[in-house]
Design a protein around this ligand. Structure first.
Ligand code: TRP
Ligand code: ZN
Length: 859
């Protein structure tokens, strides 16, 4: 009977689920009532679910998902039944009309190491249901297109008992919650524990009062204010910019110490990795504060983009994630610096998403098949998905965008929607045909934008040619509809043509510009207007010119990066490197007084080791991580030697007086001072950094000083002081651990990880701690790719080990191997051997099996 459900259908052997196989659910749900009797090893879950046949669905057997559940009893319309139970779920015969299904099951949150479903973090109960965790709580059609109102009763000893929706009564040992808004099961949440609230209230634009709480352990109450401020700012912003109001009487956020990912948007009860809630000047860095702000916003924004309008199936994941990332990016650029935010987002795309698109894990923004959906919470679905919406926004303009969004909310509120629904609201409001644009959702791989140009008698013509390289299963790519923002500069540095958005739709198109007095210097892909790689023959002189004169901050920064990349590439290959153009240009930037410090800090940054490895591979060479490291270090030394005095001045001028604030202004100055300090350290042996560490009264300054010291092999005494001071603060200790790994000398990196895993404060059960030690290895490319294979071996050992308890984590760790093709034959062989060893591990999880299969399959 169960064999027409996707999990056990015709593709059961491969275990692959296909978008093309989508069928509507056979039954819909009018109401869900749940009772939890909490006990660590034997929680009882009683469910009462009102089903009715779905009139538009094809005939199908009645199937409810359920995994690792002990079924105590099941009833239909009050009469006991004996359903057919497998390890995937339950089937039974049901009447051809509406009926009530009831079940009682037993689960063991204490033994749940997956951190999915109902589990315990310390002595607190909590849940994580996205994507398919609810089936570990009770029998249910655990798919996002089944939406229902929930009523929940929790019985347990804990002082605080929370679930979704509005409070509906409480007494000693129990609480009830009522969520009137129909929702899919992945948005269900429950929390029970000894928690304290940092509370506030919010009055919506239409005058409704909403109670706001950030729930934490008592000891953390002093670290909640910033998260609360961020929540209030997010609520206001969504009203002002999207016209979206909050829709319940209460909004709860809970901080949890053990969490697989960042945070989760459960309706009215967001659950957060404590790292993304708790922040105080003493314990969190400026960048931690900024992350808290943006993730609080992200999860809040999901209330409309994800919850009120959800996804029809998991292939549509980017419908909520791409859109919500785009929304949180806009929020951050409104609150902080738009230029800096755009550059940072482009950096993430280029270092994290392009790598995915260029390797064996490449997949479209809307994948067409998967084995384990948890493996598709990727940079492609999230960040490239957001870039696709950024392009749409640019193509239709802000007013049409807002109109389209209004229509989206009006048309699809309360529904489980698709990418087609999303694009249709844009077509209906603008009259545009987005058929070609839709290819961005279907085609994997990073398009190349090849630029050539001509200048004759005042007329300049720009020929743009696009080409997307083949990816696995997609040998032939079609041209995309691409907004290319372009500006032209006169040789004297003036802007000859302000930014224009060229719409590229053909494989090749030529655009001409008349009336120019001289051959202009083009500024292509301003604002990173499309997630593509620009290929254009340019010169160091031209890059230096753009670094000095471009009015577009993104391209100005990009010109500096290109210049540095050019030099570093020569250094890597001993190819007569000549540093004077780059160093000269950098000197001018350092001296430019009016420039935003945060932007200046970005200009001062060299392309990362991983980006240089990607650039090597893109140029058809094999990347050598050791030489890349050496070249970057050498260039840092040269910068420090040549600009020591200017750096010293920048360092001094950007000290912040007065009380610490995590705002963009102060944070930018600290970032610039810290970038200067890291370079100065190469001249003064660490004297300034030691002084800063000793005097620091906030974590940004402490970490800045400590990492500057570690980067030159110093700082042992400071590390010890730091450890002693912070040994009882888990989040701060995570930084202590990870810093040592990322700054370790390459030949010692694996050894450092091994030593730290033996530290008494190390525990692999806590995902943050595991990521800060084992996960941090990939953040030290020269160390991870050590020629003797020690990094690979160590990571594979941990992947195999973690897979037995937490497959989501092991699968995620394995992605460090996805770039294997970039490296020389010796490294490739070492990696393949480790992947083979992982593939043969006993009891390999579906999560890890899929990842390793994909990475090996492309061998
Ligand atoms: N939906 C979450 C977000 O806002 C992502 C998420 C949280 C998640 N927990 C998860 C995804 C567990 C997969 C598994 O981005
Ligand atoms: Zn999200």
């Amino acid at each position: 009977m169960a064999d027409t459900t996707p999990e056990t259908g015709p593709d059961a052997a491969a275990g692959t689920i296909y978008l093309a196989d989508y069928t509507p659910p056979g039954w819909l749900i009018d109401k869900v009532e749940l009772t939890f009797r909490l006990a660590p090893m034997a929680t009882r879950v009683l469910s009462r679910i009102a089903f009715r046949p779905n009139p538009v669905a094809p005939e199908q057997p009645f199937f409810l998902h359920g995994e690792d559940l002990k079924l105590i009893s099941a009833k239909i319309d009050g009469a006991e039944i004996a359903p057919d139970v497998t390890e995937k779920g339950l089937t039974c015969v049901v009447p051809a009309r509406a009926f009530i299904f009831e079940a009682e099951v037993e689960i063991a949150p204490e033994g749940n190491t997956l951190l999915e479903g109902l589990y315990m973090s310390g002595d607190m109960y909590c849940t994580q249901c996205e994507a398919e965790g609810f089936r570990r709580i009770t029998y249910y059609p655990d798919r996002p297109d089944v939406m229902a109102p929930f009523r929940v009763r929790i019985e347990g000893d804990a002082p605080v008992l929370l679930s979704n929706g509005n409070p509906a009564g409480e007494g000693p040992g129990w609480a009830e919650w009522d969520d009137p808004w129909p929702k899919p099961s992945y948005l269900f949440a429950l929390v029970a524990g000894d928690l304290k609230a940092h509370s506030a209230s919010f009055t919506t634009a239409s005058g409704r009062d909403v109670a706001l709480n950030v729930w934490v352990r008592e000891a953390d109450l002093g670290k909640c204010a910033f998260a609360m401020d961020s929540l209030i700012a997010s609520m206001r912003w969504d009203e002002e910019v999207y016209g979206r109001e909050y829709d319940l009487d209460i909004f709860n956020i809970v901080a949890v110490g053990d969490f697989n990912s960042g945070a989760m948007e459960n309706k009215g009860l967001n659950i957060f990795n404590s790292k993304l809630v708790l922040a105080s000047p003493e314990t969190a860095t400026d960048s931690d504060f900024e992350q808290v702000e943006s993730v609080i916003a992200h999860e809040y924004f999901h209330n409309w983009t994800g919850n009120r309008i959800t996804c029809r199936d998991w292939f549509q994941l980017s419908l909520k994630e791409g859109l919500t990332v785009f929304r949180d990016q806009c929020f951050t650029s409104d609150l902080r610096s738009a230029a800096v935010k755009r550059i940072e987002d482009a950096q993430i795309m280029r270092s994290m998403q392009f790598r995915e698109d260029a390797g064996p894990l490449a997949h479209p923004v809307r994948p067409e098949s998967f084995v384990e959906i948890n493996n598709f919470y990727t940079r492609t679905v999230y960040e490239k998905g957001a870039e696709v919406i950024q392009m749409l926004h640019r193509l239709v303009g802000p007013e049409a965008y807002r109109k389209a969004l209004d229509l989206y909310f009006e048309r699809h509120d309360g529904e489980a929607a698709t990418v087609e629904d999303w694009l249709r609201v844009f077509e209906d409001t603008t009259g545009r045909d987005l058929g070609q644009f839709k290819r961005w959702y279907r085609q994997a791989g990073t398009p190349r934008l090849k630029v050539s140009e001509r200048y004759e008698n005042g007329t300049y013509s720009l020929t743009l040619r696009q080409e997307t390289p083949p990816t696995l299963g997609q040998p032939d790519k079609l041209p995309l509809h691409m907004p290319v923002a372009v500006g032209l500069l006169s040789p004297n540095g003036d802007e000859a043509l302000p930014t224009q958005v060229l719409e590229l739709t053909e494989a090749e198109q030529t655009f001409t510009f008349d009336g120019l007095g001289a051959r202009p210097i083009p500024s292509i892909l301003r604002g990173f207007s499309a997630p593509v790689i620009v290929e254009r023959k340019s010169t160091a002189a031209e890059e230096a010119f753009l670094l000095a004169h471009d009015t577009d901050p993104f391209n100005r920064w990009e010109a500096g990066q290109a210049l540095a990349r050019r030099l570093l590439t020569d250094m890597i290959h001993d190819d007569a490197p000549s540093a004077h153009v780059y160093l000269g240009a950098l000197g001018q930037v350092l001296a430019e007084p009016g420039l935003d410090p945060a932007f200046r800090a970005l200009l001062l940054g060299l392309p990362g080791e991983d980006d240089l490895a990607a650039a090597e591979a893109a140029a058809g060479r094999k990347a050598d991580p050791a030489r890349i490291r050496a070249a970057r270090e050498a260039l840092k030394g040269q910068i420090a030697a040549m600009h020591g005095r200017a750096l010293q001045r920048v360092y001094e001028e950007n000290q912040v007086d007065g009380p610490y604030a995590p705002d963009a202004g102060q944070a930018g100055r600290r970032k610039l001072a810290s970038a200067a300090l890291a370079l100065l350290t190469r001249q003064d042996g660490g004297a300034a950094a030691r002084a800063q560490f000793a005097a620091a009264d906030n974590m940004t300054l402490s970490i800045g000083a400590l990492s500057a010291l570690l980067s030159i092999g110093e700082g042992a005494a400071e590390l010890a002081t730091f450890e002693e001071r912070w040994s009882d603060d888990a989040l701060v200790m995570d930084m202590w651990f990870s810093m040592q790994v990322t700054h370790s000398a390459p030949e010692k990196a694996a050894e450092t990880v091994e030593r730290l895993t033996e530290h008494p404060a190390f525990t692999p059960k806590n995902p943050n701690r595991l990521r800060s030690v084992v996960g941090a290895l990939a953040g030290n490319p020269a160390g991870f790719h050590a020629a003797d294979g020690s990094g690979y071996r160590l990571l594979a050992d941990w992947i195999i080990r973690m897979d037995k308890t937490n497959p989501q984590i092991s699968a995620r760790l394995s992605t460090a191997f996805q770039t294997w093709r970039r490296y020389g034959e010796a490294r490739q062989k070492l990696i393949q051997a480790e992947l083979a060893r992982v593939a043969e591990a006993e009891g390999l999880s579906r999560d890890l099996g899929e990842m390793v299969g994909r990475m090996r399959g492309a061998a």
